[in-house]
Design a protein around this ligand. Structure first.
Ligand code: SAM
Length: 190
């Protein structure tokens, strides 16, 4: 794996949903006809902007419904495959505060990019607003379950099939919680 500074120098500043953030230059790849691949470090797919916008609306509606429950305390979200962190940062900006957000990714470079992206948006979000984790999402879900730290919402957005994450995610989500699943390639669902 290349060192972070070498990698970081290749990133550009992108914009989505009013958030400026570092990501690799996906246009550079699309202009050359090279498809986005999971091997590209710290994945960002601009085509998924609409998906992320729908996520924001759905989770905000869920937050409003949850607030009407007398036992509701705080919305807890686990963005279990956060990549650049754009989804977590957009969620933090859009949702009513207080809200607890965990951003996790298996790729350690992703965590460093998320940190940079939080710093870049320091007028909107601070380090203490999004807790970072560098785990296989399935281990993280098991850990949340073991600690009885159930989440209101678990967001799953893997490369390929999401099926392998669902069983452990169910154990980590509240009884009346929500699991948001993205599968870019619907073929992997069958
Ligand atoms: C499609 S990208 C996520 C995109 C991101 N949710 C967004 O909206 O921009 C998938 C991410 O999952 C991460 N990943 C792959 N396998 C994982 C695993 N087992 N646990 C946690 N993260 C994983 C990859 O490193 C990658 O950053």
């Amino acid at each position: 794996m290349e060192d972070f500074e070498t990698y970081f120098q290749q990133l550009i500043i992108n914009e989505e949903g009013g958030i400026r953030f570092y990501s690799f230059d996906s246009k550079k790849y699309s202009n050359t006809g090279v498809a986005l691949k999971k091997s590209m470090p710290v994945f960002y797919n601009p085509i998924q902007e609409f998906n992320r916008s729908i996520t924001l609306i759905a989770y905000k509606a869920f937050q409003q419904i949850s607030e009407s429950d007398k036992n509701f305390e705080i919305l807890k979200i686990c963005d279990s495959m956060a990549a650049s962190g754009i989804r977590s940062i957009r969620l933090f900006k859009f949702l009513k505060k207080p809200v607890q957000i965990m951003a996790n990714d298996l790729n350690p470079l992703a965590l460093k990019v998320i940190q940079k992206n939080i710093e870049l948006n320091n007028e909107i979000v601070s380090k203490s607003d999004i807790e970072l984790f560098n785990e296989d999402a399935r281990f993280l879900f098991e850990d949340l379950h073991n600690k009885r730290n159930y989440q209101s919402i678990i967001d799953i957005d893997p490369f390929g099939t999401p099926n392998i994450f669902i069983e452990s995610a169910i154990k980590a989500v509240n009884l009346n919680g929500l699991i948001g699943i993205t599968a870019t390639d619907t073929a992997v669902l069958f």
